[in-house]
Design a protein around this ligand. Structure first.
Ligand code: SF4
Length: 369
């Protein structure tokens, strides 16, 4: 019988998070061993297939068009470019490719068709394919599933309450609805968040409640430490302490025992010792490659040296779930519906987001003069 609980409360999760460190580590490591091989870590490669120019206002993101950052934007990559990068990722030990596009939501049309072809291409390389493309409808999720998508990433970012302090261009309910749309297919769910955005421990626990009470729980939960990028509203946030990261990973492991907990952004600021503690606390996935969408990430050779030193083995693809079948576009049973769903747009004012937007306007003006 499964011992997965879906009725966690915020108070219970805060109590776990605040346990004495040695007790927390012991409990998390014990649960980890019951559900996973502690010497195996999944390695994923994140590819930014369309970079920058995003209409959203996520306070942590250098890809938002409204903030003044030095991101170089790129149009959607070609299928052959993606295939070449996937092959490179495979040869350096990655079992999964996660493709990210800086979109608010998926729109039916040639660009989405191109992404579907990328999914088919990577699945045929016998690698797990994940996409993070913004909000999706059920029909779009079905089309991704049919192309052979293994996972869809859609982060909750923080608690519902703190989300409103970071993003004003869409609501938390849109996130949950997209996760629900993905759940109606065979595609697995990847959803997590970011710590270090100025949120409280209550907010961290609130996010974990939102994730752990989903039934089923997400198969994968990325825990990111904010990488504060100049020009974004969160540029002045202090770096996350390793102990906070370890507590967050351990708590996630305890409340979501079967989930793959992924150490995501912010690893460049962590020592090998710190990362080893995170693996001990239940992290069993990392992103490899020198860039995480647009922020720095450790070099893949450095990661492999760390694996060797710690006696860790990269997880083989399709260890947790069988490889999905790819249906070719000509045989698809779904057609593009051209839906125009009413995703929310709360548009409340977030002071620091407004200030960052004004800075960009001033920088553009200055350049013109
Ligand atoms: S996080 Fe995604 S949705 Fe938000 S601004 Fe960045 S690219 Fe756009």
């Amino acid at each position: 019988m499964s011992n997965i609980r879906h009725n966690w409360t915020k108070e219970e999760i805060i109590a776990i998070y605040n346990k004495p460190m040695m007790e927390l580590l012991y409990e998390a490591a014990t649960i980890h061993r019951l559900h996973h091989d502690p010497n195996t870590v999944q390695v994923s490669t994140l590819l930014s297939i369309k970079t920058g120019g995003c209409p959203e206002d996520c306070g942590y993101c250098p890809q938002a068009a409204r903030y003044h950052t030095d991101i170089e934007g790129n149009d959607l990559m070609s299928v052959s470019q993606v295939k070449a990068q996937a092959l490179r990722a495979k040869s350096s030990g990655s079992s999964r490719v996660c493709m990210g596009a800086a979109w608010r939501n998926v729109k039916d049309g040639p660009e989405f068709d191109q992404v579907l072809e990328m999914v088919r291409t990577i699945n045929k390389l016998d690698m797990e394919v994940c996409c993070t493309l913004g909000m999706v409808t059920e029909n779009q999720a079905q089309r991704l599933a049919e192309a052979g998508l293994y996972a869809y990433n859609h982060n909750l970012d923080s608690s519902e309450e703190y989300y409103k302090e970071v993003i004003s261009t869409r609501g938390y309910e849109d996130r949950l609805e997209t996760i629900d749309n993905v759940r109606k297919t065979n595609v697995t769910v990847c959803s997590g968040g970011i710590i270090g955005m100025g949120e409280s421990v209550e907010d961290r626990a609130g996010m974990l409640v939102a994730l752990a009470t989903l039934n089923p729980q997400p198969e994968s939960v990325p825990i990111n430490a904010l990488v504060a990028v100049d020009g974004t509203p969160l540029e002045n946030e202090k770096p996350v302490e390793i102990w906070e990261m370890i507590r967050m990973v351990a708590t996630t492991r305890i409340v979501m025992p079967e989930t793959q907990v992924r150490l995501s952004a912010g690893r460049t600021n962590m020592s090998r010792e710190g990362q080893a503690m995170c693996f001990f606390a239940g992290a069993n996935s990392i992103f490899a490659g020198d860039k995480l969408l647009t922020t720095p990430n450790p070099d893949v050779n450095e990661d492999m040296k760390m694996f060797e030193m710690l006696g860790l083995n990269p997880q083989k693809p399709f260890t947790k779930k069988v490889q999905p079948k790819t249906v070719e576009a000509k045989d698809s049973q779904y057609e593009a519906l051209g839906e125009k769903p009413k995703w929310s747009r709360p548009d409340h004012k977030i002071d620091r987001n407004e200030e960052a937007k004004e800075k960009k306007k001033a920088a553009v003006l200055e350049k013109k003069q």
